[in-house]
Design a protein around this ligand. Structure first.
Ligand SMILES: [Zn+2]
Length: 308
């Protein structure tokens, strides 16, 4: 049975931030509610992570960077929310950063459970614009490289492939894992979006605005099998951003809800056919339908993989 990881503390509800697009406070909770309403899971089936500890964060972030997060000015620029500048840092830590540490803990747990169950989904995480000494685009902690290196250090995995299908380049993830020969990234992103300076990657797949779902899925289907067979990872961390959606305000790709569900099923199927465990994280998605897109895609994954 597929593991689902979630904690009520994922949801940012503070100072009206939840009404700003990056912090749809109801997104994660709504996904959980829909999966329960549809009879796919009971509330008690969701596994609750602990927040990531500072000692773990230091495996990928510098002490200076973690210290700099105590500055409201820096956080306001990472989170792109000017009002944060006027708030005391302890309050931001408790109401904004702590939810992100819970969700980062969820990514680590998803990777552990993926090794046991084959497929595990964290209903959050995927902060792929955060690197060792910098953050950006609402991303503070580099949860994907962190989870990868923890499992690698413990000897649980030898090689990790990150598949990043969020509409934006996973520049933070790419920058952290560049020096790790045991980790690699395949990244399909819209070329004209944030970040303006792209990071070098092993399998970069820049695509133009306006790409349709059919074209998008053809690319994934053509490239991912070869990457899996060449790199032969023993864990795939899938950054499943929903912002390639046609109505997403921050991107201009043209995937429908069905295309996105098909995409997630395709990635998971290609990996599972090769017995590669998959840990999926949700990452970006800024339309009002983002929660429904993820809920539908997760329903497709549970229907297909729960019996495995
Ligand atoms: Zn994105």
């Amino acid at each position: 049975m597929v593991s689902l990881i979630y904690h009520p503390r994922y949801n940012v509800t503070a100072f009206g931030l939840e009404r700003l697009h990056p912090f749809d406070s109801r997104k994660y909770q709504r996904i959980q509610s829909v999966l329960i309403e549809r009879g796919l899971r009971r509330k008690s089936d969701f596994v609750r992570p602990s927040p990531v500890r500072r000692s773990d964060l230091l495996k990928v972030h510098s002490p200076d960077y973690l210290r700099s997060l105590e500055s409201s000015d820096l956080l306001a620029s990472i989170l792109e929310v000017p009002i944060v500048r006027r708030l005391p840092s302890w309050l931001i830590d408790w109401r904004v950063l702590m939810p992100m540490r819970f969700a980062s803990g969820g990514t680590i747990l998803a990777c552990r459970l993926a090794l046991e169950r084959g497929l595990a989904i964290n209903l959050g995480g995927g902060y792929h614009h955060a690197a060792r000494d910098w953050g950006g685009g609402f991303c503070v902690y580099a949860d994907i490289p962190l989870a990868a290196t923890i499992l690698h250090e413990e000897g649980l995995v030898r090689k990790v492939l990150v598949v990043d299908l969020d509409a934006h380049q996973g520049n933070g993830t790419a920058a952290v894992i560049r020096d790790w020969p045991w980790a690699s990234i395949l990244d399909l992103y819209e070329e004209d979006l944030f970040p303006s300076r792209k990071e070098p990657e092993d399998y970069p797949l820049p695509v133009p605005a306006g790409l349709t779902g059919v074209e998008y899925l053809e690319i994934v289907d053509a490239v991912l099998p070869e990457a899996l067979d060449t790199f032969r990872p023993d864990l795939l961390i899938y950054n499943a951003g929903s912002d390639p959606f046609v109505n997403d305000p921050l991107a201009r790709l043209r995937l429908t809800r069905n295309d996105l569900a098909e995409r997630d099923l395709l990635v998971a199927s290609l990996a599972r056919e090769r017995s590669i465990p998959v840990a999926m994280v949700l990452s970006g998605g800024y339309s009002s339908e983002s929660w429904r897109i993820h809920a539908d895609a997760i329903e497709g994954l549970l229907t297909r993989f729960d019996r495995d």
